[in-house]
Design a protein around this ligand. Structure first.
Ligand SMILES: C[S@@+](CC[C@H](N)C(=O)[O-])C[C@H]1O[C@@H](n2cnc3c(N)ncnc32)[C@H](O)[C@@H]1O
Ligand SMILES: [Zn+2]
Length: 374
């Protein structure tokens, strides 16, 4: 079988799940997003002693299977709007013990409202939509337990990358501009939108982990009672097209945003989440579990996420450093070591491994990269 082609016996395998598709949407390339969700759910199950999951857009049901078989979910609810998938889902979820799962075929928003009406709140609500998650975030909260988690998806790359700011305004209430750290911007717009939606109800969210996989942005957030949205965690990223420098800008200083180079006005994107992308303690527990399960690739990604977490909310692609410095693209690891040697922090951005996240000013980063080539 060649990678990506359907298996000859019609059976797909991922983690401990075996399933047929029968026309259900399924991207094998999204396995990493399911792996991290399973790890976060397993850590939650260990800490809280229970795990009830609502998978609101389940497709062929791979997620409820994996949450049950790998994360130890006590109960899973797979909902899929397309009723033609009922036979496929019934066949797939029959692998679980009777009485531990439920299958429905409703619109996801209808499911969320009925959960709220019945005071039936979930430890994990997974919303794997196409396009923007905005129509579901607010409603998904009605089904999420306080302290529980919401897993959100955006495949709306044009809006988050700044190529359609009108659409990002309508979707996220934010004006997204194009700049070299656009992949991270997508995650921050998504979290920012969720944080603002929750804040309007007097609650907060904490990102558990944030993942960009090349086309799709995903964030798992924890719903908490304390407010987490403030002018420190929710604001703007400014970029200077003249010199390449980023900076963060809070609401109080919107009126006077000049670049540090003193020569150009900076271009603003936002508002978006400026706080941490991940919860360090949960990442560490997920990484330990991944190592325990022999999931080396996932453990490596989680380590990268942990290292980037305390650094500023943007990064510099190596190609951009080469272009602006009119030099060969610098070696990432040598550049990071050189930055550390000058007292700066540096890490690999989880959303672009051919980049560097640093607290050095861009001109210092360029100078250090230049010296490396002498
Ligand atoms: C991206 S696919 C899900 C893939 C699956 N979660 C996985 O990991 O393989 C999205 C699914 O949601 C269903 N869907 C789309 N809009 C929906 C809605 N408003 N309510 C319920 N299901 C919906 C689609 O029919 C599709 O099967
Ligand atoms: Zn500048």
């Amino acid at each position: 079988m060649t990678p990506g082609s359907p298996p000859e016996d019609g059976l797909h395998h991922e983690g401990k799940a075996t399933f047929v598709l029968g026309g259900a949407f399924f991207r094998p390339q999204s396995a990493i997003a399911r792996d991290l969700a399973v790890l976060a759910a397993a850590v939650y199950r260990q800490r809280q002693g229970q795990l009830r999951v609502l998978d609101a857009m389940t497709g062929g049901g791979v997620r409820p299977l994996r949450y049950a078989l790998e994360a130890g979910a006590d109960w899973v609810w797979g909902n899929e709007g397309n009723p033609d998938l009922a036979p496929v889902l019934q066949a797939n979820l029959a692998a679980l013990p009777a009485g531990t799962y439920r299958l429905t075929h409703q619109d996801a928003n209808q499911v969320f409202f009925s959960c709220y009406q019945q005071r039936d709140f979930y430890d994990l609500v997974d919303i794997d939509n196409f396009g923007s998650p905005a129509p579901y975030v607010s409603n998904g909260l009605w089904a999420t337990k306080l302290g529980g988690m919401l897993y959100l998806t955006s495949t709306d790359g044009r809006a988050t990358s700044g190529h359609d700011p009108e659409r990002s305004l309508k979707t996220y209430g934010a004006w997204a501009r194009s700049h070299p750290a656009a992949h991270e911007q997508g995650l921050r717009l998504l979290i920012g939108h969720a944080a603002q939606t929750v804040a309007a109800r007097g609650l907060g969210i904490e990102p558990v982990f944030s993942l960009f996989t090349g086309q799709v942005h995903r964030v798992m957030v924890r719903l908490v009672s304390k407010p987490t949205l403030s002018d420190a965690t929710y604001g703007f990223v400014a970029y200077c097209h003249g010199c390449g420098q980023f900076q963060t800008v809070d609401w109080r200083h919107l009126g006077r945003v000049n670049c540090l180079c003193g020569e150009n006005a900076a271009v603003l994107s936002g508002p978006m989440w400026l706080g941490p992308l991940h919860d360090g303690a949960t990442l560490a527990a997920m990484q330990a579990l991944a190592e325990n399960w022999g999931w080396r690739r996932q453990a490596k990604l989680l380590a990268i996420m942990a290292q980037e977490n305390p650094l500023p909310p943007y990064y510099y692609p190596l190609g951009e450093i080469g272009r602006r410095g009119q030099m060969d693209i610098p070696n990432r690891d040598r550049l990071m070591a050189a930055l550390n040697g000058q007292g700066y922090r540096a890490a690999v951005p989880s959303m672009d491994w051919q980049g560097v996240k640093t607290d050095a000013a861009f001109k210092d980063c360029l100078n250090i990269a230049r010296h490396m080539q002498c």
